[in-house]
Design a protein around this ligand. Sequence first.
Ligand SMILES: Cc1cc2nc3c(=O)[nH]c(=O)nc-3n(C[C@H](O)[C@H](O)[C@H](O)COP(=O)(O)OP(=O)(O)OC[C@H]3O[C@@H](n4cnc5c(N)ncnc54)[C@H](O)[C@@H]3O)c2cc1C
Length: 474
Amino acid sequence: MTRAPSSLLLNRLAQLLGPKGYTTDADIMAPWLTDWRGKYTGRAAAMLSPASTEEVAAVVRLCAADQVALVPQGGNSSMVGGATPDTTGEQLLLSLRRMNRVRAVDTAAQIAVAEAGVILETFHHEALAHGLRFPLTLGGKGSATIGGLVSTNAGGTQVLRHGTMRALVAGIEAVLPDGSIFGSLAPLKKDNRGYDLRHLLCGAEGTLGIVTAASLHLVPAATARRTAWIAVDSPDTALLLLRRLDANIGRELEGFEIIPHACLAAVLRHIPQTRAPIAAAHPWYVLAELAGEDEAWLGAALERELTAALEAELIRDVVIAKNDRESEDFWRLRDSISEAERAEGPALQHDVSVPVDLMPTFIAENPARLEQAFPGVRALSFGHLGDGNVHHHVQPPVGADGTAWLAAHGAAVSRLVYAHVIELGGSLSAEHGIGQMKRDVMAELDSPARLAALRRIKAGLDPAGVLNPGKLIG
Ligand SMILES: Cc1cc2nc3c(=O)[nH]c(=O)nc-3n(C[C@H](O)[C@H](O)[C@H](O)COP(=O)(O)OP(=O)(O)OC[C@H]3O[C@@H](n4cnc5c(N)ncnc54)[C@H](O)[C@@H]3O)c2cc1C
């Protein structure tokens, strides 16, 4: 059990961190107390913003001694309320945003060391300035931080080729729940000293340690990319196309996203300066991207495969971006879906994965199951088909009071979605994590053996439960 901070503790923290690192000002804290989706609003006794690993360690030691809860936060772009404190006002928000230095870039080893608060987009620019690329990107890149990305084992739109954050992390520096510093930034290819703490911290959602910096793998900056916006009839044909590109193009295939027409229409309605790449409406689109060194080869390979797919009637239409600007425009359509969906009104979001081959089954069958149980609901799936991961949003029936409808039926709708995912051998969180949004449903539906092991790991490392209580497993 954690406790409210005493005024003695708050004074010590204020002294330790100085005016730049400590605030109780309600206006300054307000934007950080509500999550990106606007589903959760919490309260905090203070917001702490340490500027160094040593300051983070000192904060954790003081709070651990007093059993005061800390909620780590990076860019606050969590999709599951992972970085929002509870409503007691007893927890302390621990912002890592002031730790925003890229400490080193080793171009020969293709490794960079970035502090937790470095924003993903800034890190992309830094890598590019060294002729390199950090191959992970996502719609929240303007706010998501390295610490948050590590702690959620984030995915995004290049996982197909480069893997999730865990595959890109070569080393981690973190403060553990007792305030000790775990310094393991050396990018060792081999390290077999038993349990890998780095892997435990990836995806731990701030419940096992505060990530203060990470060594990250970079790749050569792609000198060329080719992006195509493709119209298809169904997720089944999209999957056939994926298999074809995989077999005939292989490694250069970096992104493969599926988008239903309803999502494109929402983007065109709500996001300024967007336009449909293909004028005619089709039920589904695929956004595919190749990246590599040889522009001519990439262009020829993409054209060859898509022409063959058109002739075989596997795809209905296609536009290949003429230049980087057009590629960016295509990606903007994809990356704006979450924002457009938010503007459409209340909905239930599910970020789920199933084996790639079963994804078309899930996308086709789940809306039918939902419709049978909740007549009138509308379900939309979009996202990372190549990773077997879609974002499955369920909107209330037209004409219903959305908020009231979701309050009455939301939990049952989600259980139906997750039960289907589990039946297909999938996961109820593909890339966004568990946070507070999925904590109870995971406790209810996940395997008892896995849950028990997770709880023992948490209790062993953080017996007082000071790090991000109420999230993931706590
Ligand atoms: C428009 C949009 C699109 C998105 N698309 C994707 C996507 O495609 N794929 C994907 O995976 N995610 C996506 N996300 C979700 C989000 O961007 C990621 O979860 C991201 O990793 C969160 O980073 P953050 O810095 O904002 O973390 P926060 O939201 O601040 O925190 C997230 C979690 O990590 C913990 N945490 C944060 N920093 C630290 C730290 N230094 N040490 C320990 N714990 C910490 C928090 O306590 C919380 O549990 C999207 C978000 C938005 C808004």
